[in-house]
Ligand binder design. Structure first.
Ligand code: CP
Length: 382
């Protein structure tokens, strides 16, 4: 058998004794080998064909880690109110490259190698905490999960003392979830590290709204003609607040729907139309975003009966008919099946984007970590 190696072993050209044509085997790092005929009997022509094929697949699989424009320059992500439309779109575009990356067999690049990130979650979490961990590790960073229930907070240390202590270990990013509204901003004003707000009380959850926007962008591309309903416990929901800000900045029209007692007093100051009736509020909506009842924030007040609530505000196939014919359903999770959403509808992949939201969470968080750390490098190390 004749053979020739090109591109440091990434391309092998070979011709078996019983074959007329040169065959090519192309192996890109961390990808399966591709074997095919060059269709050429002449080695020189086969080389040209194989090189052209190699260049084409390597450009498609290469992640462009060099940002061409520096639109998002911030070193913290604590409030969506701080973000311009251009910055939001830039983060979404940066996130897109990680969607295909996250479907690869080997999901690891080392662009954040040697960087230290802390997960500091003072409230329960499944999606946000784990997806930040997955995102950081896929980018090659070291992520430390602080087990808050075993921390010195229990011995009377203040939150800001804990943050200052961790800051002395020279981390790059602190990811903070805490029940106190505005605490991420305060921490960002105290420490040198970058701070990402992973949910502060009923205030904001910026990466959730960004991942929701990315999920919607994947389906509709343009936000300008979209009508999105956000339904349920609006008053206590940081997800609702961040989504109202981000989606309206992107040009979508927002209807909020919920019981009167769960609509914030200042709701009319937000760029939304307000409804207490699902039939009216869902009319002509392209997306129906359901919210969990935030039981942990409804203290000292009477909780509604779950069956009565579901009848009036829970989303099922019947209520979904009030929206557009092929409207999609979203929920940030964790969801209470049979309380705010019908279980079968939540699992119906023709209508529900709930699992897609989780997948987009990893992509968005990879982009946020990458952008914030690079912005910090420019300020701290240049
Ligand atoms: N959506 C969301 O924040 O989920 P977790 O509470 O599981 O992080």
């Amino acid at each position: 058998m004749n053979s020739k190696i090109l591109k440091s072993g990434h391309i092998k050209l070979y011709k078996r004794e019983n074959s007329k044509f040169w065959q090519m085997k192309i192996k890109l790092p961390k990808l399966k080998a591709i074997r095919s005929s060059t269709g050429s009997k002449i080695l020189k022509d086969a080389e040209t064909i194989a090189l052209k094929y190699y260049n084409s697949i390597s450009s498609k699989t290469k992640i462009n880690i060099n940002r061409t424009s520096n639109i998002f320059k911030k070193i913290h992500l604590v409030e969506t109110a701080d973000l311009t439309k251009k910055e939001i779109l830039h983060i979404l575009n940066e996130s897109k490259k990680y969607i295909s990356f996250n479907k690869r067999k080997v999901k690891k690049i080392n662009i954040l190698e040697g960087r230290t990130i802390f997960n500091l979650f003072f409230e329960d979490s499944t999606r946000t905490r784990t997806s930040f961990e997955v995102a950081a590790k896929r980018l090659g960073a070291d992520l430390i999960n602080v087990v808050v229930k075993d921390s010195s907070i229990n011995k009377g240390e203040t939150l800001l003392d804990t943050m200052t202590t961790i800051n002395s270990m020279n981390p790059d990013v602190l990811i903070v979830r805490h029940p106190e509204e505005g605490i991420s901003k305060r921490i960002s004003e105290t420490v040198d590290a970058s701070v990402i707000n992973a949910g502060d009380g009923s205030h904001e959850h910026p990466t959730q709204a960004l991942l929701d926007a990315l999920t919607i962008k994947n389906k509709f591309n343009n936000f300008a003609k979209l009508k999105i309903a956000i339904c349920g416990d609006i008053l206590h929901s940081r997800v609702a607040r961040s989504n109202i800000i981000i989606l309206s900045k992107l040009g979508a029209k927002i209807n909020v729907i919920g019981p009167k007692e769960w609509l914030p007093k200042n709701i009319n100051k937000l760029p939304v139309n307000v409804f207490t009736d699902m039939r009216k509020g869902l009319k002509n909506c392209d997306i129906v975003m359901m919210l969990r009842i935030q039981k942990e924030r409804i203290v000292g007040k009477i909780m509604p009966n779950q069956k009565t609530y579901f009848k009036k505000y829970g989303l099922d196939y019947n209520k979904l008919k009030y929206a557009k014919k092929n409207a999609f359903v979203m929920h940030p999770g964790p969801m209470n099946r049979g309380v705010e959403i019908d279980s079968t509808l939540a699992d119906d992949i023709t209508r529900s984007l709930i699992q897609e939201q989780v997948a987009m969470g990893v992509a968005v968080r990879m982009a946020c970590l990458d952008l914030i750390i690079k912005n910090r490098d420019i300020r701290v190390y240049n």
